[in-house]
Write a protein that binds this ligand. Structure first.
Ligand SMILES: *[C@@H]1O[C@H](CO)[C@@H](O)[C@H](O)[C@H]1NC(C)=O
Length: 151
C-alpha cells in the first residue's frame, strides 16, 4: 500500500511536470510550421531554458512548408519585459550553414540548425527568444517563442 501511494505521487509529479513544462509558442508561422524545437542543454521539464552566458547554444527546428520557398532568412529578437530587441546573428542567411539546401520544397520536412552566441556581456534577465525564419516575401515560415533565462 505504501509503495502504491509512493508510485501515485511520483506519477502525479511526472504528469505535472509534463503539463507545466516548457512551451514553445507559435508566434505566427504563416508559410510553414514547426514540428519540433530543440535547445541544447535545456531542461524541458522547467518553465524556461537556461542560457549560460559565454556559451554557444544550439537551436534545432524541424519544420514543414505550405509553399515552395527560394530564400530563408533568420531573424531573432529577445523580448525582455515586453520590449523586443534584435539579436545580431553573424549569418542571417539560413540557406547557408544551417543544414538547408535552398530552394525548399513543400513536400519535405526540413531540419534547421543554428548557433546562438550568449555573450558574457548580456544581463541576467528573463527573456523570450523570438526565432523567425522568413521567406523571400518577408513572411514567417516559422515563428517560435522560446521562454528563457540568461544566467
Ligand atoms: C562560440 O562559437 C564561435 C564560433 O564557432 C567561437 O568562435 C566561440 O569561441 C564560441 N564561444 C564559446 C563561448 O564557446
Amino acid at each position: 500500500m505504501k509503495q502504491f501511494v509512493f508510485f501515485i505521487l511520483i506519477w502525479g509529479y511526472l504528469v505535472n511536470c509534463t503539463v507545466n513544462g516548457l512551451q514553445f509558442t507559435d508566434c505566427g508561422s504563416k508559410t510553414g510550421k514547426f514540428t519540433s524545437v530543440y535547445v541544447s542543454d535545456c531542461d524541458t521539464t522547467k518553465h524556461e531554458c537556461i542560457l549560460k552566458r559565454d556559451s554557444n547554444v544550439t537551436i534545432i527546428i524541424d519544420f514543414t512548408l505550405a509553399e515552395n520557398v527560394n530564400a530563408v532568412k533568420t531573424v531573432v529578437h529577445g523580448k525582455v519585459m515586453g520590449v523586443e530587441m534584435p539579436f545580431n546573428l553573424q549569418n542571417p542567411d539560413a540557406c547557408i550553414g544551417s543544414g538547408l539546401i535552398c530552394p525548399l520544397s513543400k513536400t519535405e520536412i526540413y531540419v534547421y540548425t543554428a548557433v546562438l552566441p550568449v555573450l558574457k556581456a548580456y544581463p541576467k534577465v528573463n527573456v523570450i527568444v523570438k526565432w523567425e525564419l522568413k521567406d523571400e516575401h518577408d513572411e514567417d515560415i516559422v515563428c517560435v517563442e522560446i521562454p528563457a533565462k540568461i544566467q
